[in-house]
Design a protein around this ligand. Structure first.
Ligand code: K2U
Ligand code: ZN
Length: 174
């Protein structure tokens, strides 16, 4: 397993639409293992493959609380098959837009269909943080970031902050 670099805005690769996976094989499982290790190290609770530069339709997640045993989840070729009319706001963040948080409104419940770590098809319903995180990651597969749901002014300010913080870190490291 390896910890990979997480792409951050304004990296244009984050805007790519990711391609479906053809075979759930050992190579894909190795990528999912790397994604999970990278997510835990960030730390985060979700990660899409494009965030480590791999434009394939794969998401990993672990919603377990700090006082619980890890509960890694793997989603290959994930789809939302139904979304509730009811929407709820949630203060989101993103490992590709570090230290920026803002409220995004999303459907309160969604039904999912995906292939698991071994290529078996699963269908289930999500609500709460699971629904929020899943939809946030599904956006990544379409090249969409949570800041794209904000006003142009807030989006531009978010990108400027990430670029400024990156320059500050690099100047301190020099
Ligand atoms: O895509 C990512 O960067 C992963 C996010 C997942 C996430 C985004 C919004 C809401 C929930 C989860 C990272 O884990 S960001 C860290 C985080 C953790 C909990 C709540 C909000 C943000
Ligand atoms: Zn994100």
């Amino acid at each position: 397993m390896a910890i990979r670099e997480i792409l951050t805005v304004p990296d244009p690769r984050l805007k790519q639409v990711s391609k479906p996976v053809e075979t759930v094989d050992d190579a894909l499982r190795a990528l999912m293992d790397d994604m999970l290790e990278t997510m835990y190290a960030a730390p985060g609770i979700g990660l899409a493959a494009i965030q480590v530069g791999e434009p394939v339709r794969v998401i990993v997640m672990d919603l377990a609380r700090e006082d619980e045993a890890p509960a890694p989840r793997y989603f290959v070729n994930p789809e939302v098959t139904w979304a509730a009319d009811e929407t709820l706001p949630y203060e989101e963040g993103c490992l590709s837009v570090p230290e920026v948080y803002d409220e995004v409104e999303r459907p309160a419940r969604v039904k999912l269909r995906y292939l698991d770590y071994h290529g078996h098809q699963i269908e289930e319903e999500a609500e709460g943080l699971f629904a929020v995180c899943f939809q946030h990651e599904m956006d990544h597969l379409e090249g969409v970031l949570f800041i794209d749901h904000l006003s142009r002014l807030k989006r531009d300010r978010a990108v400027a902050k990430v670029k400024k913080d990156r320059l500050t870190r690099r100047s301190k490291a020099a």
